[in-house]
Ligand binder design. Sequence first.
Ligand SMILES: Cc1cc2nc3c(=O)[nH]c(=O)nc-3n(C[C@H](O)[C@H](O)[C@H](O)COP(=O)(O)O)c2cc1C
Length: 362
Amino acid sequence: MPNQLDKEKDREKITHQHRKDEHLSLAQKFWRNQNFENSTGFGDIRLIPKSLPEISMTEIDISANVFGYKFKKPFYIEAITGGSERGDRINAQLAEIAKNQRLAMAVGSQSIALKYPELAVGFAKVRQIHKDGFLFANIGASHGLEGAKRAVDMIEANALEIHVNVIQELAMKDGEGDRSFYWLENINEIASQLDVPVIVKEVGFGMSQQTFQLLGETAVSAINVGGRGGTNFAWIEEQRAKEFSLYLDAQGLSAPESLLEAKFASISKPLIATGGIQYASQIVKSQVLGASLVSSAGFILSNLVENGAEYVEMILENWASDMTKFYAMLGVKDSSALQKTELIYSGDLFTFIEQRTKPSRF
Ligand SMILES: Cc1cc2nc3c(=O)[nH]c(=O)nc-3n(C[C@H](O)[C@H](O)[C@H](O)COP(=O)(O)O)c2cc1C
């Protein structure tokens, strides 16, 4: 007979799983309704093509070396939930796609499986499917070293993402979202003691110079800037909380803005760009701005649900071949040469650079 405590735990688990499913549905709804061209910031960047690039497509290599690992393609499938039946099914489909496309993949937050160990099988399935793939484990920043180790072991991960999501937490109702954010020391302890690389990852609100400077002094191996302009978790949580007057969904920095902030902070750790990625041009622009890897979540999820796995695979194949064309247009053979490419900035991004490089004006 289940006692009162077990019943309470079951109820909590179901509520937690329900939240995961709400995230999936609302993220889907969000992507259906949005026009992302301007909000990502990439529309304010123009690449400068070469009429005489002196290159052949056969000489181009888009692979990237990060964490001592060669990523055949410099983009991967970013963390999308897990822990509910629907979430697990989606993660298994994504793992299949990642395997076929030889892509790295991150699982969604494993916090739910740390709390309810019976849910670990859903995450472990990703490793069963994508046996030789580069997998990122994923936890929130309030977990300790022990939780981090368990998350990594659960999927035999090659690296660990620690997500930081202050604005998302603040958009949740009182009693659901975190209200205390002392994370830095914890992150540093995990990063210094874990035996796989640790990446700190924003979930769609971008990062400023101050954040980069703080992370620059820690043992983390890489930083995912997680820019605004794609999936908006403040909007999602505001929908769930039925709290529409806070406007947290209007806050944050885009991926291009965040990558520029990293430059202004002279950060030397590898950077990963996320935030509304839908096109190869955005991947290339991210690389020109200093990203070593690029990842995408909402767009992939939206296409998986609406158009199916084969369609997603076609998108990912096109990203790789389109990137090669962009490299040819720019006359670069690999990503190291890309970082010397010049850009033209316009609109909001131009204004952003002016203000952020001359703060004394105000
Ligand atoms: C349905 C859904 C669930 C997500 N769950 C997680 C998660 O559990 N952990 C995490 O770090 N990020 C999570 N993310 C955030 C993404 O990994 C990514 O940082 C964010 O969506 C911005 O990228 P995008 O604009 O390409 O969607 C989730 C995204 C979506 C769409």
